[in-house]
Structures are given as structure tokens and as C-alpha cells.
Design a protein around this ligand. Sequence first.
Ligand SMILES: Cc1cc2nc3c(=O)[nH]c(=O)nc-3n(C[C@H](O)[C@H](O)[C@H](O)COP(=O)(O)O)c2cc1C
Length: 357
Amino acid sequence: MSTPLLFQPVRFRSVTARNRIVVSPMCQYSANDGLGNDWHVQHLGARAAGGAGIVFTEATHVSAVGRITPHCLGLYNAEHQALLGRLAGVITQGGSVPGIQIAHAGRKASSQVPWQGGKPIPLSEGGWVPLAPSALPSVPGATDPRALSGGEIGDIIGQFAATAAMAREAGFKILEIHGAHGYLGHSFLSPVSNRRNDAYGGDADGRSRFLLEVVEAVRGEWPSELPLWVRLSCSDWVAGGLTIEDTVALARRLAATGQVDLIDCSSGGVSHEQTIPSHPGYQVPFAEAIRHRAGIATGAVGLITEPTHAAEIVANGRADVVLLARAILADPGWAWRAARALGVPADVPSQYLRAGL
Ligand SMILES: Cc1cc2nc3c(=O)[nH]c(=O)nc-3n(C[C@H](O)[C@H](O)[C@H](O)COP(=O)(O)O)c2cc1C
């Protein structure tokens, strides 16, 4: 029996991963002033040793004001860069390709960490004014974000590029731009949150401009031999919001730049009125539609927990890779278990061989 495609190596530009299982970005809300610590080292190290092909850092922010919470990870100074270098190193030592997701929270910045409620932090309690395409709060009662001027938009694009340069020096091999979940990139894309009438708003062209300019600026710093991914919310799941048709059109534009290698197909996050019909693999049809209709590699994510399901998605050409978050949070060795279930030798580090995995 041949090795299931899920466990065959996959190549993006010069980078080859041992299999098509990806640890999805997962915020740990455990940094201070953007600076991570040994929590992040052990968290990512365990998941790399656990056999995934690619391991992503959590959303790593390009500025202090762009953090979701006061405890989100950042990469905007030399101290941050040293810690990120350790993270890239520990992932590599575990046998995985180190990936970094870079992000700006936009109007969803200044929030509590989830285990404190996840609500907006008022200015009176140490919160800050979020930045957004338009002065529309993400939830009723949140501090009104400040609508960005054209010059400030240029500054943020520059921050994305600067973070990409630091990520390159830190040793990451895949960079993903976070364009989903209602954060800044997505909030420019969606008509729900972008009411601008200048060059960065209006029709789909205008609303896509910010993301396309971020891609171009990041590519200026991110080497041509290394892959660049973009995470998108393929549906806003709300009337008047983005649909998969809008996202296929955007994916075609991203593919046409020749600079983006994969669309990581998520959804939702821009509207508190969204209704998400979640069930196993509920976002896989987005990955499949974009892969076939936009002619670009895709990642499928969202309630993929069973090895046979992950294998089916890749084998049937519905996506090029699968990303797992909660299942791999619960079980860092998910890839070993999946290998065993699919009859493939697990890539267990020599140090763990006596565990009989
Ligand atoms: C603890 C946690 C933190 C997350 N942080 C991020 C993040 O930093 N960036 C991101 O794009 N998605 C984030 N997500 C979403 C996941 O990457 C993933 O898209 C989502 O959980 C669906 O996948 P799953 O069903 O395998 O958990 C997070 C999810 C969890 C559970």
C-alpha cells in the first residue's frame, strides 16, 4: 500500500515539509509587552516533536497597538526577535518547518484574554484606541476605533514589512499574513467594517488594496525562495458580508501576483451577528472551491480532528495541507496517532522511541 498523500512530503518553493499536517496558529495570551517566554518555547517545541510537517507561531503582531490583548506575542523589536529566533529553532529541532503568522488586530485590539472574558478593555482600565479602516466598533460598547489616514495605512504596511524582515532573520521558513477573523486585513476587505470612500474602500478593488499592498511590501523583505501564505475569512457568515464568491475573486488576484503560495481558508470574525454553521470540516468546501477555481494551493482548517478525514481531504485534492488547532492542542502527538491509524510509520524522535509509539 502506498503512503497516504497526507504523509508524503510537500514542497512550497525551496521548503519541504515531511507531511501535510500543519499546526494552526494559536494565541497563547502569555506574553508581556509583546515578549514571549518559555511557555511559548515548550508549547511549540512539543508540537514540532509531535510530528507535524509545519508548525506555526500564534498571531505575532507588527506593533503594540496592533495586539489583540495585552498578552499577545509581538515582533517589533530586537528583544522580541531573539525570542522568535528561539521559537524557530525549537520547531526546526523538532523536525518541523517553522512558520510565523504576522498580524495586526485592527478594531479587535485592546481586548481581554479569553479566560478573563475576552471583552474590550475600556480606556479607563488600561485599554487603548484601536485602529481600523472605519470608526466602527467590533462589538457594541467597545471603544470606537480611529479610522486610519492614508499616511497611517502606509506606516502599518511598513510595519508588516519590518516584521517580515525580522522573521526572516529569526529563521522562519514560511510566513503567513493574517487576513482573517475580523482583524485589520479582513476589516479592510469586508464591507461590514470598511465604509471608506477613498482608495482603500468602496468596491472590492478598493477594499482589497490594503492586503495587496501588504503582500507586496512583505515580499520585498521575504525571500523569493521562501513561501508566503495568506489566511482569509472566506465567508463573513452575515447578510451583506463577504461570500465565497468574493473570496474566490480575491484569491485569483492574489494568485495573479505570483507572490502568494497558499490560501489558508478560514471564515468569520468580522461581525458579532455572524451565524456559523459549524460541523466537522465545515470550511473545507472553501479550500476546495479556491483551489479549483482560483488555481492556487489551499489549506483546510476547522473541525478536522480524525486522521481518516484529514487524509481524505488531501487525497481527494480538496486542499494541499490540513491545519489543526484544538485537536493538536489537546494532543501534541496527533500526527503520530494519525500515522498509526493510517498504517504509516510515525516520525517519532529517537529520544522517544522506547515509548513504543
Ligand atoms: C487557543 C486558540 C488560539 C487561536 N489563535 C489563533 C491565531 O493566533 N491566529 C489564527 O489565525 N487563528 C487562531 N485560532 C483559530 C485556529 O487557528 C483555527 O483556525 C480554529 O481553531 C479552527 O480549527 P480547529 O477546529 O482545528 O480548532 C485559534 C484557535 C484556538 C483554539
